[in-house]
Design a binder for this molecule. Structure first.
Ligand code: X2X
Length: 335
């Protein structure tokens, strides 16, 4: 009899809390926000998460992808606030876009902090990553997994960049917190903040000369086709993605379903990081064979860029929190 009641309650979309049946219906659709669509690893990661959740929950949790940050009219730096407010149920979001609300996420944009993938892993899979998740959770958003947009390389339509003097005077599109303005100003460039949607128009009309984004974005957004002829691999920052859920949505799900959503996020994130990393070599070949002039900085050539942005690094390290930055530096040192 009791068993039947439980089954009937589930069938009616009711959940059992502490033995008492409460009428609680899952939403028919949960809205997942990303900036990029499924032509990019980022959008694919969101889609994969949605698919895995649907499979694992037998369709109880139905997630739909809203790329182009369309739920906030393309204003990617307002995404985190919209997640808190419940306009967005889930997101796979960039640390860059959420750093205006969570200053600690600027950590990943400290110029030349992370020289390689191992350094990224030392942060996201270590104590620093756990601390950042606690900070996000205190802001009432539930973080589940770390993915990757990738190392951001600089491109422009005017000339090859091999030294800070080459970047002088170039109009460079940036997004995120004022940290990016500070970096490019210190290098003598002319940074201008705008959304990704506006950036593509601005690049196509030559309103700006250049931009910075990972190889997969540069390639799949077809930036060479709109005049971005010069690409410099300088690995100045890497941009992790974070898989999150709005906290009221999270609370609404049964503990068992929450675990399934978490597992799905971890799996989708792991696959996303693998895809981004193993895709880079072949992307680079395609970019080069398409006629883009690629400049790969040697360690020696990176040094003047590091020196030119050192004061910006120190200023923002204080802003982010000296303790957290020291912890990150130590973890990278030990990698
Ligand atoms: O706007 C960008 O450059 C992008 C797509 O990489 C981010 O959302 C941070």
């Amino acid at each position: 009899m009791f068993r039947q009641t439980i089954l009937a309650a589930f069938a009616a979309g009711m959940l059992i809390h502490g033995g008492a049946a409460v009428a609680q219906t899952y939403k028919s659709e949960y809205r997942l926000s990303t900036v990029l669509n499924t032509a990019f690893p980022w959008g694919q990661a969101g889609e994969r998460w949605a698919t895995l959740v649907r499979e694992k929950t037998g369709g109880r949790i139905n997630i739909k992808l809203y790329p182009g940050v369309s739920l906030v009219g393309g204003e990617q730096t307002r995404e985190f606030t919209a997640i808190r407010q419940g306009v967005i149920d889930l997101a796979v979001g960039s640390t860059i876009n959420w750093s205006p609300q969570i200053k600690e996420l600027n950590l990943f944009a400290l110029p030349f902090l992370m020289p390689d993938e191992k350094a990224v892993d030392a942060l996201i899979h270590g104590e620093v990553g756990r601390e950042l998740f606690r900070i996000i959770e205190r802001r009432e958003v539930i973080p589940l997994a770390w993915g990757e947009n990738g190392f951001r390389e600089v491109s422009n339509s005017k000339r090859a960049i091999a030294a800070p003097s080459d970047i002088k005077g170039l109009k460079i599109r940036v997004v995120g917190s004022p940290l990016f303005n500070d970096i490019f100003t210190a290098l003598g460039a002319n940074p201008t903040q705008m959304s990704w949607a506006d950036a593509q128009t601005a690049l196509a009309s030559n309103a700006v000369d250049g931009q910075e984004n990972p190889l997969a974005v540069f390639f799949s957004a077809k930036l060479p086709g709109i005049g971005q002829k010069y690409l410099t691999l300088w690995h100045y920052i890497s941009d992790p993605l974070i898989f999150v859920v709005n906290k009221d949505v999270w609370a609404q799900w049964t503990p068992a379903d929450r675990e399934l959503v978490r597992e799905a996020a971890l799996q989708a994130a792991r696959e996303n990081v693998e895809n981004v990393r193993k895709g880079d070599a072949s992307l680079l070949r395609q970019i080069e064979s398409g006629g883009t002039v690629v400049t790969t900085l040697t360690d020696e050539q990176r040094r003047p860029f590091i020196e030119a942005t050192r004061k910006v690094y120190e200023k923002w390290a204080r802003n982010i929190g000296a303790d957290l930055v020291r912890k990150a530096e130590a973890a990278i040192e030990k990698r």
